[in-house]
Design a protein around this ligand. Structure first.
Ligand SMILES: Cc1ncc(COP(=O)(O)O)c(C=O)c1O
Length: 391
């Protein structure tokens, strides 16, 4: 039977290395089903279907605060965490409350395309900071800040995906995080840390978050997490961590006030799931699943890609960023690969101006979604396309 929920690029007979969705076979588990059943079998199940509290489900807030305090040696109070309808909801709220049309916002170049979309919706002036394989380049950020300072339009915030970055797969080193915090102190911008892939680490532990490193620095950090990558994106559930004052502002903003809190039914089910200890076990399983998928993709790239093609080595998350030789253009590779039923994402869309030179020779490959047995086939076909274009 056709799955009508599949995105168009994952249609029958194609292999998608394009979309950054989780492995569909990991989404529905007996433990999740049991949590749904328990919530709906409660003596008064209609409570789960009512409007929720504005800050979010209290049991889930308590669970997350305890977990992050324990795992990341933080000292969060429950006033510092809010449940949101996914990371995307949080980014939109932050843009709404902390930017204004024409005001400057810094992003990584490349960055998550849907975040660019949200910032464009708010008519801000976007500025990209170039990256290398350790994340954003500090000297480039300093240069940009000096320029913006001279023009009197210092950025309100820096939006970053520091850990297992989308689309590049890189992780910002701890020393660069510290340097960026110093720049935030000097120039007074907020750091918006979109950390949705943090838990999906393979080889080594991810560096401390900006939020953890910022302790006592006076720098304002909003930290965003999500159940989309470690449980199920259809829940539309995530969290936002910030100062108590900032959280009070988010709780007080328009859509939260009459939104009845974010995704109350999902939140109640997930609170039950987490209370039973299932989430941590599931994350350990996902780390193995995605590490195995990553290894298949890296081995296939090594085996099939022609000379002159390079790629990043993600230590977690979903993505590999491929750099093609200068005479090979990503959009042409994408077009030809599609003719052979392999879907990939071309680099330009991850940059502020998709018509600039940026990303013209890059591809984003995801190893998270396609069946593992198809990943090697897809990379082989892709490599044949690239080899043909190198000639
Ligand atoms: C960096 C980043 N942030 C946010 C999201 C979306 O998260 P959510 O489903 O929680 O809105 C994604 C998903 O692709 C992502 O890559």
């Amino acid at each position: 039977m056709q799955n009508l929920n599949l995105p168009p690029d994952a249609a029958a007979n194609t292999i998608s290395l394009m979309i950054g969705h989780p492995d569909p076979t990991t989404l529905f588990t007996p433990e999740f089903q049991a949590s749904v059943n328990r919530v709906l079998a409660a003596p008064q199940p209609f409570h789960a279907l009512e409007y929720g509290q504005e800050q979010g489900n209290p049991a889930l807030i308590d669970f997350l605060v305890d977990k992050f305090n324990r795992d990341q040696t933080l000292a969060l109070s429950r006033e510092q965490l809010m449940i949101v309808a996914g990371s995307t909801h949080a980014v939109d709220m932050i843009a709404r409350l902390y930017t204004h049309p024409g005001g400057a916002v810094m992003v990584e170049a490349p960055t998550y395309a849907d975040a660019l979309h949200i910032f464009r919706d708010h008519s801000v002036e976007l500025h990209g900071v170039p990256m290398d394989d350790q994340g954003v380049i500090i000297a480039e950020m300093e240069r940009l800040l000096e320029r913006l300072s001279a023009s009197g339009n210092l950025p309100a915030l820096f939006y970053t995906i520091p850990t297992f970055h989308n689309p590049s797969g890189t992780t910002l080193s701890e020393s660069r995080r510290v340097e960026i915090l110093k720049l935030a102190q000097r120039y007074g911008f907020m750091i918006v840390e979109d950390d949705v892939y943090r838990a999906l680490e393979f080889d080594t532990h991810a560096p401390p978050s900006f939020f953890a490193l910022a302790k006592n620095s006076g720098v304002s950090v909003t930290h965003i997490g999500s159940f989309s990558k470690t449980l199920a994106p259809g829940l539309r559930l995530g969290w936002l961590i910030a100062s108590a004052e900032a959280i009070a502002g988010f709780v007080d903003c328009g859509t939260t006030q009459m939104g009845g809190g974010a995704s109350p039914l999902s939140a109640q089910i997930v609170a039950e799931y987490c209370r039973q200890g299932h989430w941590e076990a599931h994350i350990l399983h996902l780390q193995q699943v995605y590490q195995m998928r990553r290894d298949i993709m890296l081995a296939a790239l090594e085996q099939y890609m022609p000379e002159g093609v390079t790629w990043t080595m993600p230590a977690g998350g979903f993505f590999v960023w491929v750099t093609l030789p200068e005479n090979v253009f990503a959009r042409e590779v994408k077009r030809q690969a599609q003719e052979h039923r392999v879907m990939v994402a071309a680099g330009p869309n991850y940059f502020i101006d998709p018509n600039s030179d940026n990303g013209q020779h890059n591809l984003r490959l995801t190893y998270s979604f396609a069946p593992p047995e198809d990943i090697e086939t897809a990379v082989r076909i892709l490599a044949e396309v690239v080899t043909g274009l190198c000639a």
